[in-house]
Design a protein around this ligand. Structure first.
Ligand SMILES: *[C@@H]1O[C@H](CO)[C@@H](O)[C@H](O)[C@H]1NC(C)=O
Ligand SMILES: *[C@@H]1O[C@H](CO)[C@@H](O)[C@H](O)[C@H]1NC(C)=O
Ligand SMILES: *[C@@H]1O[C@H](CO)[C@@H](O)[C@H](O)[C@H]1NC(C)=O
Ligand SMILES: *[C@@H]1O[C@H](CO)[C@@H](O)[C@H](O)[C@H]1NC(C)=O
Ligand SMILES: *[C@@H]1O[C@H](CO)[C@@H](O)[C@H](O)[C@H]1NC(C)=O
Length: 327
């Protein structure tokens, strides 16, 4: 995916940052640099150089950041396979256990979280269902918070992607697809909401769209200090792109209904309204195609959302590194 192409540029930036040690912090050192957890996207894996570069960059922007890249298998190929195939309910359960069992994470007062593409809605699932260790700030890039209404086309020869794709087209609402094909579990077409509400193994539940609302989901999500969602302006990979901002799109006439005008917000099924009213819900846009992240944007984002935590729960991070060049 496009994601991979930018990493070469990013690597250079991260390396140069690593060579120049960060300036020593001022005397007010009673701040906590929280660990960062990252959940990568479809077709990626925890061993990719790109992931390691993001981790390096996070450490260089906020020195002392411990980074944990979420994995669903011990090998890169197994982890990549799990981005296409598996039961997302079970995958999130696995991640809940993984994070709770990691001593550095579980002993921290909280962690920050970064989700790339589908990893973003899965992190939200982690927060809603487990949130142990609790997430302080959540940032998602190009995630499908309101699902996808089309499946992506795979590149030639990518048998894993093509296999998933074939299963999707032949029966997205079958128990088979809903228990084994990952993107089917966040498929959401507004023209077939009934089937979605009945069959969706992941998204309909995590978005609290069914009659019975889970109050824990809401409680956990509204405990976030900040939740920033980024949409890529030219995104044609994740359809509709506005799903990244929790908006709904009518595919017939192209009407976009922003989150604030939707029932999920007005009736506050997930606590998003409350977060928004407190200034903690941020709607952001990024230039370019799906996951075409630049080092400039990542650094700015890491500074803004993953900086050290003040002892009192404040909703803004401390601009400790304003002097650092680069953005
Ligand atoms: C900063 O940390 C050092 C070493 O841990 C400690 O001696 C010093 O008192 C701390 N300063 C403040 C202002 O907390
Ligand atoms: C830093 O702040 C925490 C939380 O308020 C407090 O418990 C701790 O004693 C402080 N540490 C220092 C070195 O001032
Ligand atoms: C709500 O979610 C929590 C956390 O996943 C779970 O423990 C609880 O059983 C759920 N409640 C309902 C009514 O489904
Ligand atoms: C996914 O896994 C959960 C937990 O094992 C299970 O309850 C659920 O039925 C599975 N989903 C489907 C669609 O099979
Ligand atoms: C989408 O827009 C068309 C044309 O305006 C309308 O007829 C249809 O009901 C809309 N669909 C949904 C799901 O709202």
């Amino acid at each position: 995916m496009q994601f991979i192409t930018i990493w070469a540029a990013l690597a250079a930036v991260a390396l140069s940052a690593a060579v120049n040690p960060p300036s020593t912090p001022d005397e007010d050192n009673n701040t906590t640099q929280l660990p960062l957890i990252i959940w990568h996207g479809l077709g990626d894996d925890f061993e990719r150089d790109g992931m390691k570069e993001v981790a390096l960059l996070a450490e260089s922007v906020n020195p002392g950041t411990y980074v944990h890249i979420i994995r669903l298998a011990d090998t890169g190929s197994g982890d990549r396979q799990a981005t296409f195939f598996g039961n997302v309910t079970e995958q999130i359960e696995t991640v809940c256990q993984q994070l709770a069992a990691e001593p550095i994470l579980s002993s921290a007062p909280a962690v920050n979280a970064l989700g790339f593409s589908q990893g973003g809605q899965f992190l939200r699932g982690y927060i809603e269902r487990c949130n142990n260790p609790p997430v302080r700030n959540l940032v998602t890039f190009g995630s499908q918070h309101n699902g996808i209404s089309e499946f992506q086309s795979c590149s030639l020869g990518d048998w894993l992607c093509n296999g998933a794709e074939t299963l999707l087209r032949s029966g997205r609402w079958t128990d088979f697809a809903q228990s084994r094909v990952v993107p089917a579990q966040y498929f959401r077409d507004p023209t077939e909401l009934d089937l979605y509400l009945e069959k969706s193994n992941f998204l309909a539940d995590i978005n609290n769209e069914r009659e019975l609302k889970n109050v824990t989901y809401k409680k956990h999500l509204q405990s976030l200090n900040m939740f920033a969602m980024f949409m890529f302006d030219e995104d044609t990979v994740a359809v509709p792109k506005e799903s990244a901002l929790f908006a709904e799109v009518n595919a017939t006439d192209g009407t976009v209904t922003p989150l604030q005008e939707r029932q999920i917000y007005k009736e506050d099924w997930l606590g998003l309204k409350k977060l928004d009213e407190q200034g903690k819900l941020h709607f952001k846009s990024a230039p370019g195609q799906h996951m075409q992240l630049t080092d400039v944007l990542l650094k700015k984002t890491f500074k803004e959302y993953f900086g050290p935590m003040l002892e009192e729960g404040e909703s803004t991070s401390i601009p400790r590194l304003v002097a650092q060049p680069g953005y």
